[in-house]
Unconditional design. Structure first.
Length: 215
């Protein structure tokens, strides 16, 4: 078995683990632990680091963990903590996808589409627009890894594009009196519409140039 085939097999196994873990591990136990540690900043910080490391494995949304940061630390401290954690945890599926590689078939075609997208937009602009768009974080990270986006552009674009989502989640967490699944709605339709509009504006120029080049 070649190294590439082994990497592809490892990637498929990882996807299976993520699918099973996301079905079995809901946020209830995490929220209960966070409530118990909320008045112990150091212990809560250790919890956040651990959660950010395993978050992609359980397919938990980044806003969920940002809400925890806002709940424990408030918006002033919680925002930089949550933004750094979100950006760092996004690196995990990015690097995993880069390691596994695109291969052929559907994944290969997706990688080719991603490469054309980032070739038209540039790595940094494409990443900022992808993060501002209301799309799940981990598929975006994996697509960027398959598409050959540079690590620097990925980190910078993720940090910039996640600002509005992280800010909304941290503010929502800071306003909660008690953590519960019923109170974890941080992103309203207004923010979703605004993020999508800015993403479209960022992509308008590259899209026009690409369309013009085909004529």
């Amino acid at each position: 078995m070649t190294a590439f085939v082994r990497r592809q097999a490892a990637g498929l196994a990882l996807l299976a683990v993520v699918a099973v873990a996301s079905l079995l591990a809901g946020p209830d136990y995490l929220l209960g632990t966070a409530r118990r540690l909320a008045d112990r900043p150091v212990a809560f910080g250790a919890l956040l680091v651990g959660v950010y490391l395993v978050r992609p494995l359980f397919a938990w949304p980044t806003t969920l963990v940002a809400i925890l940061a806002g709940y424990a630390y408030g918006p002033v401290v919680g925002f930089p903590v949550a933004l750094a954690g979100t950006t760092g945890s996004a690196l995990l599926p990015f690097l995993a996808a880069r390691y596994v590689g695109a291969g052929s078939g559907l994944v290969g075609r997706l990688a080719d589409s991603g490469e054309r997208f980032f070739a038209a937009t540039g790595d940094l602009r494409g990443m900022v627009a992808s993060r501002l768009a209301p799309a799940p974080s981990d598929p975006v990270s994996a697509a960027a890894g398959l598409s050959g986006v540079s690590t620097g552009a990925f980190v910078a674009g993720t940090a910039v594009g996640e600002v509005p989502w992280t800010a909304a989640a941290v503010l929502a967490g800071g306003s909660l009196d008690r953590l519960s699944t019923a109170g974890l709605s941080a992103v309203g339709w207004e923010l979703i519409a605004a993020g999508a509009a800015v993403a479209v504006a960022l992509l308008a120029g590259p899209a026009y140039r690409a369309a013009t080049a085909r004529r």
